[in-house]
Design a protein around this ligand. Structure first.
Ligand SMILES: *Cc1c(COP(=O)(O)O)cnc(C)c1O
Length: 415
């Protein structure tokens, strides 16, 4: 009998294999058929330290037995208080208020609502949102609206709101992006939302920290709220805890999710500046922030996030990341330039374009590559002809060698 499960981003009509995973540890996934896979993309960019980190597993078990769930409107609990307090210490200065939700998409929705809510109080005319070309911010209606338009969301186009798009700052064309942002800011939009340093789902497109710094400065000059979507880049992925650190900027709003629990359980946070929080604070109930979901700040998820913060403070996470960054750099350098175009790296993330005619996201190349890697014991999921790695930080040298050897082999086979 076929399974009733409808999988995400999966074309069931193609009958591609769907391995069943039964157990995981570190960088490894163990499947029901007895095979073992290296998780080269951190299970869709969430797993940071490695699967089933003992401290996170223990925190979840302990919290589940003590307080599983409680309404968060008007009630609080220690795991949420700890996460918020500790995170504010680590975040860029001025981001002193923490709003909880459940996924990267909801963290972004909350950020957009906070920005509009802010301007609603101080200046009703600002509602437009500026976005960057090739961005991805999630799959809900609001987050699709601020993301790249294409095959993924064409059917839903009538529901998406209009945004103003500035070009991606490709190497050599950075000034055009800054000029476009400056011009767009002059029309007094509400906010600019951007993925700092690297655009993930848009194809692992990187741009330098100085461009990020300049974009933040332009927004500040025009008093346009700057929203950093660190859903993917947060928690060490770009080599520092947050990508914004590398530009020395403090956004008005930061969105966090994915690695916040080490990748064990869903949780998301939207950090807001005092100015945004204070605009909503009043004795007038009509000015409260109108957002919630049933499981806002679930205690078990918060306990996992608190354990993640302990790992960051007590273990040498940045040391492990530095080793991985070097390993990824060596792996990329080992690939043959004739078969792979535009090798690029942002911290622990490495990407190359496979030189081939057949390259769109919907072409058969990506699933063929996926199958090729699966046969070699690797979970890799190329974006069109872009092959990228984003391994958990515990991935060792031997595993990296296996990963890059297989990518080289794919080059010889498909390029
Ligand atoms: C994954 C991602 C999201 C959406 O997060 P979900 O938890 O999948 O909803 C938003 N923004 C960026 C930059 C992402 O990479």
């Amino acid at each position: 009998m076929t399974s009733p499960v409808w999988h995400p981003f999966t074309q069931h009509g193609l009958n591609e294999p769907i391995p069943q995973v039964v157990r995981a540890e570190g960088s490894l996934l163990h499947c029901a058929d007895g095979s073992t896979l290296i998780d080269c993309i951190s299970s869709w960019w969430v797993t940071t330290h490695g699967h089933c980190h003992p401290r996170i597993v223990a925190a979840i078990a302990e919290q589940a037995a003590a307080l599983d769930q409680v309404i968060f409107a008007g009630y609080t609990h220690e795991p949420a208080e700890t996460v918020a307090r500790e995170l504010v210490k680590l975040a860029p200065p001025g981001l002193d208020h923490v709003f909880f939700s459940d996924s990267g998409s909801t963290a972004v929705e909350v950020a957009l609502k906070m920005a509009l809510g802010y301007w609603n109080v101080v200046d009703r005319r600002r509602t437009a949102i500026l976005v960057m070309e090739h961005s991805y911010h999630g799959d809900t209606i609001g987050t699709m609206s601020v993301g790249e338009r294409g095959a993924f969301n064409r059917a839903y186009e009538p529901l998406l709101f209009d945004v103003v798009t500035i070009p991606f700052p490709a190497a050599g064309c950075e000034q055009a992006t800054l000029d476009a942002l400056d011009a767009a800011c002059a029309a007094k939009p509400a906010a600019f939302i951007v993925e700092p340093l690297i655009l993930g789902a848009g194809g692992m497109l990187v741009y330098p920290a100085w461009v990020l710094r300049e974009m933040a400065a332009i927004c500040a000059r025009h008093d346009v709220l700057f929203i950093a979507d660190e859903v993917m880049t947060g928690w060490g992925r770009t080599g520092t805890l947050f990508a914004c650190e590398q530009a020395g900027i403090a956004p008005d709003i930061i969105c966090l999710a994915k690695g916040i629990t080490g990748g064990a359980i869903p949780l998301a946070l939207t950090l807001a500046s005092t100015r945004i929080f204070e605009a909503h604070r009043s004795t007038d109930r009509a000015r409260m922030f109108f957002h919630s979901s049933s499981y806002t700040a679930n205690p078990i998820a918060c306990a996992a996030a608190a354990a993640n913060l302990v790992i960051w403070s007590e273990e040498d996470v940045l040391g492990r990341i530095a080793t991985l960054v070097q390993g990824v750099a060596d792996g990329l350098a080992s690939l043959d330039g004739a078969m792979f175009a535009n090798p690029r790296q942002c911290g622990t993330i490495g990407a190359v374009g496979l030189v081939t005619e057949d390259s769109g996201y919907l072409s058969s190349l990506a699933p063929e590559l996926r199958g090729f890697f699966l046969e070699r014991g690797l979970l890799l999921r190329p974006l069109g002809n872009t092959i990228y790695v984003m391994p958990p930080y515990c991935t060792d040298a031997g595993q990296l060698t296996r990963i890059f050897d297989a990518i080289a082999e794919a080059g010889a086979h498909f390029a």
